[in-house]
Design a protein around this ligand. Structure first.
Ligand SMILES: NC(=O)c1ccc[n+]([C@@H]2O[C@H](COP(=O)([O-])OP(=O)(O)OC[C@H]3O[C@@H](n4cnc5c(N)ncnc54)[C@H](OP(=O)(O)O)[C@@H]3O)[C@@H](O)[C@H]2O)c1
Length: 329
């Protein structure tokens, strides 16, 4: 029975994933590495976790030692910190040679934000990235939003071909965490902060720049698909660049996203008017936020689709209209 180690169990994705693992793989023992010490009872009793280990991502030796004890590592907690991924990789390298260790690493399509245009406008020349393009996958690098750890994972097979690495790149995730710890997606948090700060919900330029959002349930079910793939006798399948997957929902213009949030925040009395407004890059916020709001996120995921990925969840405006949680109150 393979032992699973999960990072990020209290987060938006991780909180759903532990429940999905409990329901669909009740016999697989899951260890979670969490810094929160207040929900051990929930984790072991309700979520059916076999072992809770407390620790912070800064405790690298502890992470390495724990990884060494497990067959499958799922990291949905740290996508932007090289040192955490390095600690995980150190542990995987110490696994017995024939144990076929698995690493499922969650990164994001934020890596693939358009570099040439930051005007909030849709450009037909914007690059469309593909998970089926080895060239695109080889272009992942540390300069990208969460590119450092993903690039590190993609180098692991050069020296350790037996380690089955899988990198999942979801677009901007929305939804609500499961379990006792509240967590919303980055766009939900960002829109709420901006509404509170500016008194309205902004978009950059004419708001036609394309963004992509994915409901957390679509992410969770795809990670389970990858888990299945990792346990097939053929694993690791192909090269590391053929084990990368883009998943998302429908493409949507930023202005439409802003309008959906504005209506919901207005209905809750958070802002005075449901009208959205165009802002300059400087008004959008610090450079990271500017990039998210002004640069297009264009991608296709034929590799994920071949594995059966199909988006069936509500899109963001529908989620908001249906009363989905939007505000960090
Ligand atoms: N949300 C998105 O739009 C999006 C899109 C693409 C990729 N991603 C990436 O996918 C992963 C899952 O996303 P998410 O939205 O579920 O993230 P999230 O809700 O922010 O959850 C992050 C998890 O990591 C844990 N964590 C953070 N810092 C830690 C530390 N120093 N020590 C120990 N644990 C720590 C958190 O624990 P606490 O509960 O203790 O904070 C939480 O369990 C993340 O790596 C994220 O960067 C997210």
């Amino acid at each position: 029975m393979p032992l699973i180690l999960l990072f990020g169990a209290t987060g938006l994705v991780g909180s759903h994933l532990i429940l999905a693992l409990r329901d669909q793989y009740p016999k697989l023992p899951v260890t979670v590495y969490v810094r929160n010490t207040s929900i051990d009872n929930y984790l072991t009793t309700t979520a059916g976790v076999a072992r809770v280990v407390h620790g912070d991502f800064s405790e690298h030796a502890k992470i390495t030692a724990l990884v060494e004890e497990h067959d499958i590592v799922i990291n949905v907690g740290s996508s932007g910190d090289d040192s955490v991924t390095e600690a995980i990789m150190e542990g995987l390298k110490k696994r017995p040679a024939k144990s076929k260790p698995v690493l499922i690493h969650m990164s994001g399509t934020g890596n693939f934000l358009e570099t040439r245009f930051d005007d909030g406008v849709h450009h037909s020349e914007s690059k469309v990235w593909s998970d089926d393009s080895i060239e695109d996958m080889k272009a992942i690098n540390a300069e990208m939003y969460q590119g450092g750890p993903a690039a590190l994972v993609l180098t692991l097979n050069k020296t350790h071909p037996d380690i089955a690495t899988y990198v999942v790149f979801p677009s901007a995730i929305f939804g609500e965490s499961a379990g006792p710890i509240r967590s919303l997606g980055v766009i939900q948090q960002l829109m709420y902060q901006k509404a509170k700060e500016l008194g309205f919900v902004p978009y950059v330029g004419d708001g036609t720049a394309i963004v992509n959002l994915i409901h957390v349930d679509a992410v969770t079910s795809f990670v389970l698909k990858i888990l299945d793939l990792s346990q097939e006798p053929s694993a690791p399948q192909g090269s590391q660049y053929e084990r990368t997957f883009f998943i998302g929902g429908p493409d949507i213009a930023w202005k439409e996203v802003s309008q959906a949030f504005a209506k919901a925040f207005h209905a809750k009395g958070i802002i005075a008017s449901p009208d959205t407004r165009s802002v300059s890059l400087a008004e959008a916020g610090e450079p990271g936020i500017q990039g998210i709001m002004s640069r297009e996120m264009l991608f296709v995921g034929p590799r994920a689709q071949r594995l059966g990925y199909k988006y069936t969840q509500p899109d963001l405006p529908e989620y908001v209209r249906n009363g989905g949680d939007v505000a960090s109150l």
